[in-house]
Design a protein around this ligand. Structure first.
Ligand SMILES: *Cc1c(COP(=O)(O)O)cnc(C)c1O
Length: 493
């Protein structure tokens, strides 16, 4: 776990002398005595050990009688508290060695969000808030949402904890009439496809659509028809209209659904959502707005967009545990997409009243939902500051573009924090000769505390700067610069 070696000012590697002025200008950290140091790592390690020790204490409560510990349990308790104090002392001082490295004997401790800056394209905005982490500690048990579930027994009706209210807030958050939590955006597509798509029906998606859109349509027996991109990799209203016409001419029927991503997952380009909605509704086709990369990071107004359905991803963009997401819709669609069961058992004549078919009754019945709820206040607030995130994204990309041979494949200037870049002319030129090939770059990044790039990829790859603060984004840009200079890739000031 402890990956960093301590590099202090006496042991600055030779290559770090003689920078170009530009690269170094914003750097403060590289010159400080302890660079990326062991003390951070051991403190993180000890934080996990302390958390685990407290869970051990918690386990004692669970195994004892409600009336209190017996003598043996009291002794075990005292022992655990003593262990905990020793861990805390190490944590405070930054001393000690790793004592616990596995969970259940096999699972590594995952500390990348603590040890590193993580620029993984799909992980950035799904990182939990501190409140969400507290929620999963507290609500990790199986059906933990169900303590106060009362008739008519449905998740979205539970008022303690405030799940019913959360559903209303979620609908308001995306400005739609009604919302359900679902196990991932994909289950939102599935519910809509299951409602609207019959055998052989066509569904329009974009040429940049996510695979889960394909699968949702396939699962319902439909076929996807893709809208082609324009020269700038944008899905336009015009191209969507043409595709609808094409489908109509070929099959004699209109598509039954149009599903378009506001920002796609490949370039995170912004597509012509407003125009597309107008076109789609001229044909009277329902429109699903795919907000997997928007809901939870930027303001989404479903009514203004004119969407029939808005789908978002909890674990991608709402700082929530996987699998989680939201499916919101207008009142018009609720009777169909949220139809309740009509099935009757032939023997028992049992019926299950208000259970919604597409939701299979209840969806997120534990820590997933509570993590969403615990992050929600932060999520509501953070969408108001999207412009800062975009500014930082552009700051980083501008610095990257100064590294000779680097290119941006996404639209530029950036309107999103996810970006596809092309470093064939810069970092790949080194990979070609390096004995570690593209992995040299991953090594250089991780030794400076950066992870999340596609390991070994130095040609075209994606990164996401979402959530990085001012200090972190500068550091990230400095690191790229520094690696370039180490390998004598020209950096223009
Ligand atoms: C990530 C992603 C999805 C899938 O989201 P899940 O919540 O994991 O189901 C769907 N569409 C797009 C555009 C995505 O980027």
């Amino acid at each position: 776990m402890v990956r960093f070696t301590i590099v202090n000012s006496d042991t600055v590697p030779e290559w770090r002398s003689g920078y170009a002025v530009d690269c170094r200008s914003t750097t403060t950290r590289f010159d400080s005595g302890l660079w990326l140091g062991g003390i951070m790592s051991i403190r993180i390690q000890k934080t996990f050990e302390a958390l685990f020790a407290l869970e051990e204490v918690r386990g004692l409560f669970r195994e004892s009688l409600p009336t209190g510990f017996d003598a043996e349990e009291e002794a075990a308790f005292n022992q655990r508290i003593a262990d905990l104090k020793a861990i805390i002392a190490d944590l405070e001082a930054g001393t000690g060695t790793p004592k616990v490295t596995k969970i259940a004997g096999t699972l590594d401790i995952r500390s990348r969000e603590e040890q590193y800056i993580n620029i993984h394209p799909i992980q950035a905005a799904g990182r939990l808030t501190t409140e969400a982490r507290k929620a999963i500690i507290s609500y990790g048990d199986g059906y933990s949402t169900c303590d106060s579930c009362r008739k008519p027994f449905r998740l979205d009706k539970i008022s303690k904890p405030g799940i019913a209210e959360f559903h209303e807030d979620l609908a308001k958050f995306v400005n739609m009439d009604i919302a359900r939590v679902v196990p991932g955006a994909r289950r939102g597509f599935q519910a809509v496809a299951g409602t609207l798509v019959g055998k052989g029906d066509s569904v329009i998606v974009s040429a940049l659509a996510h695979y889960t859109e394909f699968l949702a349509v396939e699962n319902a027996g439909g076929v996807v028809r893709e809208v082609p991109l324009d020269a700038k990799n944008i899905v336009t209203a015009e191209a969507t209209a043409q595709k609808i016409e094409e489908v109509k001419a070929e099959s004699g029927k209109l598509p039954v659904l149009v599903m378009i991503d506001h920002f796609d997952y490949q370039f995170a380009n912004e597509h012509e959502i407003a125009g597309i909605e107008k076109v789609v509704h001229q044909y009277d086709i329902p429109f699903l707005y795919n907000g997997a990369y928007t809901v939870g990071v930027l303001p989404v107004d479903g009514k203004k967009i004119g969407a029939d359905f808005v789908v978002g991803s909890g674990h991608k963009s709402m700082a929530s545990v996987a699998p989680s997401g939201v499916l919101a819709m207008t009142d018009e669609w609720a009777p169909k997409a949220l139809r309740t069961t009509a099935m009757v058992g032939d023997l028992t004549k049992r019926k299950f009243g208000i259970k919604e078919v597409e939701m299979l009754g209840c969806t997120l019945m534990g820590g997933t939902l509570l993590s969403m709820m615990a992050s929600f206040p932060t999520v509501k607030e953070r969408v108001l500051h999207w412009d800062e995130q975009v500014k930082r994204s552009n700051y980083f990309i501008d610095r990257l573009l100064k590294i000779s041979g680097s290119r941006v494949l996404s639209e530029y200037p950036r309107k999103h924090t996810l970006t596809k870049i092309d470093t064939t002319g810069s970092f790949y030129t080194v990979a070609k000769m390096h004995k570690r090939k593209g992995f040299y770059f991953s090594d250089e990044l991780s030794s400076r505390g950066i992870v999340g790039e596609f390991a070994g990829a130095t040609r075209t790859w994606k990164l996401n700067t979402y959530g990085l603060n001012e200090k972190q984004i500068r550091y990230l840009a400095d690191v790229f610069c520094e690696i370039a200079e180490k390998y004598e890739i020209p950096v223009t000031p």
